[in-house]
Design a protein around this ligand. Sequence first.
Ligand SMILES: [Zn+2]
Length: 493
Amino acid sequence: MRANLLLCSAFWLCASFFLHAQQLDAPANFSVPPATREAIRNLIGETMLNGKSYDYARELADGIGPRLTGSANYVRAVTWAQEQFRALGMDVHTENWTIAATWEPDIPAVGHIVTPVDHTLHIYAAGWSPSTRQGGVNGKVIYIPSLDLPALDAQRAELAGAIALVDDATLAKSPTTDKLFSGLEHLRSLSVVAILLPGGPNGTEELDCYSYTGAIDLVPEAEVGEEDVLLMRRLLQHGPVTVEFTLKNRIHKDVQISNVVAEIRGTELYQEVVLVGAHLDSWQPGTGAQDNGTGVASLLETARAIQALHRPPKRTIRFVLFGGEEEGMLGSTAYARQHRADIDKIDAVLITDSGSEPAKGWYVMGRESEREPLAAISPLLAGIGADGVSLDTQYIFESDHIGFEILGVPSLVLWTGMDKYMSLHHKASDTFDSIIPKDLAQGTSVIAVAAYALADSSHSFAPHLSPEEVDSMFRQSGHFDEYEYLKKVGALP
Ligand SMILES: [Zn+2]
């Protein structure tokens, strides 16, 4: 039954696409020429009916697995991606940048509450945490109600030599990257021996790293399952609590990391570039299937499907797989920095990093001026259910577009339904079984259509912003303080 159901729905789905493709005739203000529309008709068919995105996603998630930046699996993925591009007859190379440190758990973390009760903790090394000293750390647990600097200073005496406990309630009081990262930085400086951070429900981990530098943290930091955090909070209401735990992580300093770069050379406007980007690195509780395996798969499939057209667009389409995204968009920021001199040649940046639920359209990340040019291609996206434009800026500092946005380059991020994505984000459940093939194909189709339409357009997508305009855009987005924080820690391109 299921298979049949799948089959007939796929048939109706594609039938509707073709119906839509037939209707790709020009509405009044439509500026996409018939030849481009014809190519896009074929592109939709290619990605929806003959697509390889699901295969690419399986090879990456099941064949290679979790890809911490600079790890052996990451290096394997770089080689694999290059092989895929070469198999498509494309020129591919790597562009390297240096990360302050690579990090990977060597053995699983172990830890337990020692007093007032002996309780084994569900504990995991936090990303980019140092190892503990031989034999582990132990100490009194001190709860941190707030990461505001004055509040931390008020706890300075009791924190010296102690293990600080931060929970979701603490983090909720530091809603911006600036407040959160600066608060943790200050806490690390108050002679604590270690920091415990909140993990997920059912004793799970929700891995993350709390800095934009790629450097190893000052003190050992571990995530503890939600129920264990609540237990420690309750025990603390009745007296002191002591904990001990051991982390052993593999760390290498100043490591060269490769971004993978491949191109489909344009025709009459080949110096101008439409950049399609996705991060190749992932966290390691799961296999990084949707964060960001599906993004990588969509990018490769977009290249394959456009190559299969044998009709290169006017502008060059450049495909870039970045490393270091989970450590603070390090690879994409390095790329933007390395290409600063020719950044004006980049006409638009399209980023995919939001999983494989059905795509609704594009986030313009606060760039109002992108709405109108995007509307010009929305009839092409309407039939595949993705002509939406989101002005929501909550993710404006959350992915690889940011390095380009800061330099004023027009950027779009794929807008998908994020419910499932957030339920498996950085968790052990981020695995291949979570991907639905037809949804991944649809999202891929949206990226391919947008990239091709923008690259084959007779005019540029949207204006590049001046530094003053970038400043005011971040002010209007309500995230100016995070911009200031990036400046403060030297994380700008
Ligand atoms: Zn991601």
